[in-house]
Design a protein around this ligand. Structure first.
Ligand code: ZN
Length: 409
């Protein structure tokens, strides 16, 4: 039996009974915590916690003791929206942007999603796997304890399957849960340039059945946006996965509101992601449904586009989760502490609300609420021990700082 006891924890955060529903409204603003706390881990499982004054000294026998004076302790982040498997970063696009090139000019000179796709198509599965494994290991060191990864840079069935197989192999090689999302319709491939309908036909009748047959995905996603895919396509994908284990997620309302949210909520999407632009109809749909709103402030920061109006979502009692959107084109960072800072500095979430969105609600956003997101008896996920900090608010306040002292489990 391997026993670890943390003593004198300044604040032990996110201690709850296992949540049964995503946090919304008043619940979303509260962060349960114990000041001057202890925490006992037995064989990597949370056995008990409480106030130091209640600690039974017998617990310390045969235990590894960690003094956590001045430190905060909380469950690892759940990052429910990433594109962490890609072949090549696109830092030259940043330099192009600095020089004043437009998105179209950058795409014409070999940038954008189609460029990422070309690189994935040219790379072997083995190389893509090895490179991705390194990225995921870095993500874990950054404090992420559960991860969703999307395909979507394949753009052919063969290369989408290659990406999904890489994600499957990653699942087997790291000690955090990974959820795989088949981003079936990310961009329209060049060979279907003038015939989106034919491409969607292919996705619905060949690609999704093949992914199902091989059991390679947990979710299916599409990019619902003007010039890409629309509410009808959301409906078509939802129909294609009806009665299967696959669930729906949708990239939607990043630049325009085109009734995609309504279609997603109606089809019981587990999340709708982005939501930089929201109209009244979108809010009504979300309010009446069960879908979680996943917002991605690092993407808004990098692209210089509006941040999601989360205050309106909160006012309507809609559950919010926060994710990194880690990808080479629009959010080249997987740093969840930075996401936390942006959520507070740019979106005006309180530090407590933001941590709820980064842990409990993001665990729901990937179906991991029974095992991740909050510290409860039996929790087996990773645990973050911070550097010595004056208070919780210091973490989002001191943006860009590495706050991690140790990751347990
Ligand atoms: Zn995305």
């Amino acid at each position: 039996m391997n026993k670890i006891v943390l003593l004198n924890i300044q604040e032990l955060l996110q201690v709850r009974q296992m949540p049964t529903q995503p946090l919304r409204g008043e619940e979303f603003t509260k962060l349960p915590k114990i000041t001057n706390a202890y925490l006992v881990l037995c064989d990597n499982e949370v056995e008990r916690f409480g106030e130091m004054s209640e600690l039974n000294p017998d617990v310390l026998r045969d235990s590894e003791v960690i003094d956590a004076t001045g430190r905060l302790v909380f469950p690892a982040f759940c990052d429910s929206h990433t594109h962490a498997v890609f072949a090549s970063p696109r830092e030259s696009e940043l330099v192009d942007k600095i020089k004043g090139l437009s998105y179209q000019e950058i795409a014409a000179s070999g940038g954008g999603i189609l460029n990422s796709a070309k690189k994935v198509q040219q790379m072997s599965e083995e190389d893509l796997f090895l490179q991705s494994l390194e990225k995921v290991e870095q993500i874990i060191q950054g404090g992420t304890g559960a991860l969703e990864i999307k395909s979507g840079y394949g753009l052919t069935l063969k290369d989408e399957l290659k990406m999904l197989r890489v994600i499957s192999r990653l699942k087997a090689h790291v000690d955090i849960p990974i959820k795989a999302t088949f981003l079936a319709a990310h961009a329209i491939p060049a060979e279907f340039e003038r015939d989106k309908e034919a491409f969607m036909d292919e996705v619905v009748h060949r690609w999704i059945p093949k992914v199902l047959e091989e059991g390679l995905a947990d979710y299916v996603d599409l990019f619902c946006e003007t010039g890409y895919f629309d509410a009808g396509d959301v409906q078509a994908v939802a129909q294609a996965i009806q009665g299967t284990p696959l669930k729906l997620k949708v990239h939607v309302n990043q630049f325009t509101a085109i009734q995609g949210i309504e279609a997603a909520v109606k089809n019981k999407a587990i999340t709708v992601d982005h939501l930089e632009v929201l109209d009244h109809q979108d809010l009504v749909a979300l309010k009446l449904g069960e879908t979680i709103a996943t917002v991605l402030p690092a993407c808004s920061f990098y692209l210089n586009i509006p941040f999601s109006p989360v205050k309106e979502l909160i006012k309507e009692g809609i559950p919010i989760s926060l994710a990194s959107d880690f990808n080479p084109g629009s959010s080249p960072s997987s740093n969840m502490f930075f996401v936390w800072s942006l959520a507070c500095i740019k979106m005006k979430l309180t530090p407590e609300q933001a941590l709820n969105a980064l842990t409990v609600n993001s665990a729901f956003a990937m179906g991991l609420e029974a095992t991740h997101g909050a510290l409860f008896k039996g929790y087996r996920g990773k645990i973050i021990v911070t550097n010595k900090v004056p208070s919780l608010a210091y973490l989002p306040y001191a943006f860009g700082t590495n706050h991690i002292h140790q990751i347990l489990n």
